[in-house]
Each structure stands twice: as C-alpha cells, then as structure tokens.
Design a protein around this ligand. Structure first.
Ligand code: NAP
Length: 644
C-alpha cells in the first residue's frame, strides 16, 4: 500500500450505511475502474462483468441489474477496507493498464492517439498536464512580458490563471461587472448549460458538487466566480472596462491599447501581448423588423434579460426557436397569460432525460470521496463526445436525398430524432408538421431536450406561429396572412453576431492594417489563434474553433491557452519581443479549413445558422477531430512564426 493516493478526494470518515447508500447512485462502470485503483486487482479487466459500448453521455451502458449489484457489493467492501486502513491505495496502475481500462470501461477500442489526450483530461497522476512548464525561463524575462487579457469569461479566466501561475505580469479587462462571460450575461429564465457539467468545468478544477447534470446559470456563474477567487486572479481584473482599440507599435514592439470604463473615461496602456478572450456569442443580434421602435411595451434580447419586467399574466411573443428559446419558452409559458412562439425554422433536438435532473446526493458523495471515481466519470462523459459523431456530419456526394440528410448515418439520426418528435406530438399532425425540420440533423446546433419544449408548445395558451413576421406595431407583431398578434412584451431569442470576431474593437496591426478589414465577412486565424500582420495577438475561441461535433469548449480553450503560453515561452527563450504567424502557414491552414468544412453538414445550403457567413462559408466551426487539434496545439512550432 505504498501508491500515491488520489489527492483530489476527501477522506472517508462515515459509517457503512452512508457508503452503502451512496453506492446506490453510482455510475457502475466508473465504480469498476475505481475498484481497480482501490484494490490493485486488474483481473477485473478480464472478468465476466464488462460494460458494453457506452452510448449517450455517461449513461449506465446497459449492465444488468445483477452485475450492477455485484459491483456495488464489491465496492462496498473495498471502500470500507480503504476507510479502515486510513485511505492508502495500492501502487497505481501503469500506463498500459490505464489504456486497457479506458477501452474496457467504454466497451470499445480507444485508439492509441487518444490515450494521452484522455489521460491529460483525467489527470490520474494528479498533475495538471495542460499547465506548460516554464522551467528555465528567468523571472526577469517573465517580468518583461506584460499581457492584456480581454474578457473574464471562461477562457479569459483560464488565460489569467496560467499567466499568474507563470509569474507573468498581466491585466484582465472585462466589460461587465462580473466574471463568467456568457454565464453572467445570460440570465433568462431556464438558462442552463447543455453540455454535461462534470466535464464542462476546467480539467484542473473539477467540481463534485454540481447540483444538476446540466446546471443552471447561477451555479455556473458561481463556479467561475469561485475559480477567479481560488486561483487569485480577481485582483487583476478591471471590471466595467472595454477595449476600444489596440494599435501595434513597431518601434517598441507593444500594443497600445485604448480602454474605456463604464463612466466613459478613456485611458491608454501598453502591453507586449494581447490575449483576446471575448467569446463568440455575446453581441446580441436583433433583426431589423419594420416598426420595432413603435412597440409600446418592453422588447429585449434573451441575453439582455430584464429581471424587473414581470411576465406574469402578460401576453408575450418570443421570436426565434434556437438554443436560448428552447430553454426560456417553457419557463415563460409557466407565467404568461398568452405566449406566441415565432418560428422561422424548427430545430432538431436530441432526447436527454437527464437534462433537468438533479445529481443524487449519493452520486455527489462518490464524486467527492471515492478515489478516481470522478476522473473516470469525466472520461465516460467525454469519450462518447469525442469525434465519434464525425462520420454522420460528412457529406456523402452520392447520397440520394441531400435535402433531408447527408449520409446514411445522418439519415439514421434523422429518423430517430423525427421519431422522438412524433412520439410526443404525433397525435397532432398540424403541430408535428411544424416542428420537423426540413434540413438534415446537425446543420445547426443540436438542442438537448427532455420533452419540455413540445410540452410547452402544446399548452392551450401557447401558440407556435410559423407565418413570417411582417412588421411590429405599437400593440403587437403582425404576421403574414394572420394579422396582428396582440402582445405586451417581445423577447428576441434571435442569436448573436457570431461571425464578427473581436467586434467592435478596432485592432490595428503592422503597416496600419485593420483586423476588421482584413477579415471582412471571412474571419480566419491559424489554429483559430494567430493572424499574420498582428504580432503578439492571440485569440481564444477565435475563428473556426467553435465545437459543433464534440467535446466541450472548455477543453478547446485549455488547448488554446496552452498553445498561447507555449508561444510566449518560445518568444522569451529566443530573447525576442515579437512573434508573428507566417502568412503562408496561415493561408495553408485556411485552405485546409475551407476544404474540410465544405464537406460537412454545416455548409448545407438548406438552413441558416450562425456557423456560416453571408456567403455560406463555415467560419465559426472547427472541422477537426479533437485529437488532431489537441496535438497541433500542444506546443507551437517556431517555424510557423517570424520573430523580432
Ligand atoms: P440561434 O441559435 O442563432 O437562434 C436564433 C433563432 O432566431 C433561430 O431560430 C432563428 O431562426 C431565429 N431568428 C433569427 N432572426 C430572425 C428573424 N429575423 N425572424 C425570425 N426568426 C429569426 O441563437 P440562440 O438560441 O441564442 O443560440 C446561439 C448559440 O448560443 C447556440 O447555438 C449555442 O451554441 C449557444 N447557447 C447555448 C446554450 C446552452 O449551452 N445551454 C443556451 C443558449 C445558447 P432561423 O433558424 O431560421 O435562422
């Protein structure tokens, strides 16, 4: 019993009944993996209890009740023994055993290329492997770097945490008065994450206490607030402060930045490097509907929810049926006297029974106390969401029904998703016809649902309106062929200016080039991070990096921040003050990005989405396998840059 204990768990100091009770809520495959850590018994991997292929996120994967009971009984004994011997563990499994455990627990081969990526994600050795080592970089050299991070959302906080860890002087400016980015801005009723929370959190800051599998906005906001405090970055954040412009000064190799605080006062500051962490989905897009200014009542965007407006007993129009509408409509339906949901195109949604479920207390206890359980649970959530969906997204040029699906697997998904809608509203042919999309699944973001959406639309006082909006009048919304829908309040759940990266900041690089003009409607960056002509400027969640097929955006940000820290390190190692991505490298990357996205369902002409620009090019989404992007961003290749 000399192995390294799981430093992430709390000691067990409770009675047997508590352990036994908690085990009732266990994810049994994750528990089986913990058993190996607890007992050192690797014969489990050759035993008769084998989790079948994992489908769905962290599902129980079809083990029989008898097998589950057997695993729980064994875990009970093992946990008691672990408690009674004071929390020591046997020697940890070696790398080969870990790789075998991965394949065993998900019931399918885990290709070699994925093993190190997943090991890093799970941090089984307790090491924060995505935190780049800066050994050998003198403190004086670090001090010479001064970095500005724009935005204190999920990725800006991450950058700040890493800069702080490496002793690099930095400031963070945040236009809002709180950290959290999207999670501080979106306060509409029903707002919650739609990626499983136990892996929608930093890999180095897991949270065993999520109250729900998909937590609500206040809990996410609290998580990011807590991280800002815990990692000591809050004092470096200047709230209520926006970057107006940044201009590269060649002589001093610095960005000269103009900042504006909430009271309108402008100041200037210089930084060696800028990390833009401004997000993609935070500049609300309100359509230019004729007559909107004449509307007498409140009219606001979903991301600018006004809590002082009481919707109880009001007649409300919600315009849009995307991810935001899907969450807020069922909540508004609970209080409004009349609700019109104005749909331009229906959305595909995937059944997810856990979407609103609470995490049982027993499960929380296991996540907190059982060695390596939380880490394997994270793996079980991550694995089915890493690249497996890709084949259903690639267009088969010979597919005979390109309007409804793009290949055989995509068609299978279409049938299953249509079946889900039919099971709910098949008895109402008119509604059913309205809610089945006429474009292939995954053209737009797949929504998560547990029946609340159609449940809300079926209510007597709720009306799904598919006629086009003609204009807005003082007392309502006029739709084609139907006349005016009288309403007191209009909510625009109409999305964001996703394709206007870094907008509305004015970024002026070498030779006076303005980033907005360089990009036009086709923003692009090498790895989504760096742009030729704009030295020492690094984007997080930049062009072409949104994940529409896999993973969580936190995983992607961790890859990007590691790459950025690697860039800064390389610059210091070379004693340089500026680095710029070579144009030919960026152009070649852009060519590959275009070629790859062109073949995907996201480029399908059958529907609009924020994934595409006006010309139909996919500009916001990453077409890469997670494992490829992870590999490319592990460390920068100095040959991709020129240094000054
Ligand atoms: P969105 O997906 O862009 O949806 C906008 C909706 O507004 C669409 O239904 C669109 O119809 C409609 N619309 C836009 N302009 C219109 C017009 N002139 N007339 C009528 N309808 C119009 O925006 P969103 O729902 O805010 O979501 C944006 C993204 O934010 C999501 O895809 C997701 O990535 C993220 N998000 C995530 C969560 C979460 O994690 N829980 C929640 C909310 C949002 P068309 O489809 O016809 O264009």
């Amino acid at each position: 019993m000399s192995g390294r204990p799981d430093a992430g768990v709390a000691p067990i100091a409770c009675d047997d009944a508590t352990i036994e009770g908690a085990l009732e809520s266990a994810n049994v495959p994750a528990l089986l993996m913990s058993l190996i850590h607890l007992t050192g018994d690797t014969t489990i991997l050759r035993g008769s209890i084998r989790p079948p292929k994992v489908v769905g996120r962290g599902a129980e994967s079809g083990l029989s009740a008898q097998d589950k009971a057997a695993v729980r009984a064994r875990a009970f004994e093992a946990l008691r023994a672990y408690r009674d011997r004071g929390g020591t563990l046997p020697e940890p499994p070696g790398p080969q055993t870990i790789a075998a455990m991965m394949a065993f627990v998900v019931g399918e081969p885990v290709p070699e290329a994925y093993v190190p990526m997943m090991q890093e994600e799970m941090a089984l050795d307790g090491r924060d492997a995505r935190g780049e080592s800066w050994e050998g970089i003198a403190p004086g050299a670090r001090q010479g770097l001064r970095v500005l991070v724009i935005g204190a959302g999920m990725s800006g906080l991450l950058a700040a945490i890493r800069l702080q860890e490496h002793g690099v002087p930095y400031d963070v400016v945040e236009k809002n008065d709180a950290v959290g980015g999207t999670w501080s801005e979106n306060t509409y009723p029903g707002c919650r994450v739609d990626v499983p929370n136990h892996f929608y959190c930093y890999s180095f800051a897991p949270n065993p206490d999520w109250s729900r599998y998909y937590s609500r906005q206040p809990e996410l906001q609290a998580y990011f607030e807590d991280c800002a405090n815990r990692f000591g970055v809050r004092p470096r954040i200047r709230f209520g402060c926006e970057v107006v412009s940044a201009q590269w000064n060649e002589e001093h190799a610095q960005w000269q930045v103009r900042l504006r605080s909430a009271d309108g006062v402008e100041t200037c500051a210089s930084y060696r490097a800028i990390v833009s962490a401004v997000g993609q989905l935070n500049r609300p897009k309100i359509p230019d509907v004729a007559g909107l200014p004449s509307f007498r009542g409140p009219a606001f965007h979903s991301a600018r929810w006004d809590p002082t407006i009481d919707l109880r007993g009001k007649r409300v129009a919600v315009i849009g049926t995307g991810a935001s509408a899907l969450q807020l409509v069922p909540e508004v339906a609970k209080v409004a006297s009349r609700l019109f949901v104005l749909q331009r195109s229906p959305a595909w949604m995937s059944p997810n029974p856990r979407y609103h479920r609470r995490v049982p207390e027993g499960q929380k206890w296991l996540l907190r106390h059982v060695p390596f359980y939380a880490r394997w649970y994270r793996f079980l959530l991550f694995w089915p969401a890493s690249d497996g969906l890709m084949p259903s997204l690639i267009v088969d040029p010979d597919w005979p029904h390109p309007q409804r699906s793009v290949n055989e697997r995509n068609e299978e998904a279409r049938l299953a998703l249509t079946g889900y809608l039919e099971a709910q509203v098949g008895d109402d042919p008119e509604l059913f016809a309205k809610v089945v999309p006429d474009y292939p699944p995954f053209v737009k973001r797949m929504l998560q649902d547990d029946g609340r959406w159609l449940g809300a639309l079926r209510q007597e006082h709720v009306d799904l309106v598919t006629e086009a909006i003609e204009r807005i009048e003082p007392d309502g919304v006029v739709v084609e062929g139907r006349g005016r829908l009288d309403v007191d309040v209009i909510v625009f759940a109409t999305g964001f200016h996703a394709n206007r990266f870094l907008w509305p900041m004015e970024i002026v690089g070498r030779e006076g080039r303005v980033l907005r003009d360089v990009w036009g409607d086709e923003p692009t960056a090498y790895l989504g991070i760096t742009v030729p002509g704009f030295p020492n400027l690094f984007c997080l969640y930049g062009p072409g990096t949104n994940l529409a097929h896999a993973g969580s955006i936190i995983f992607h940000s961790e890859c990007q921040v590691r790459y950025v820290m690697g860039c800064l390190k390389v610059m210091l190692e070379r004693g340089g003050t500026a680095m710029e991505c070579r144009a030919e490298v960026a152009n070649e990357y852009d060519r590959r990005h275009l070629e790859a996205t062109r073949r995907t369902v996201w480029a399908h002409p059958g529907a609009r989405s924020w994934y595409k620009n006006q010309a139909g090019r996919v500009t916001t989404v990453s077409p890469w396998r997670l494992v490829d992007y992870w590999r490319w961003t592990r460390r920068p290749d100095p040959a991709d840059f020129t240094f000054g």
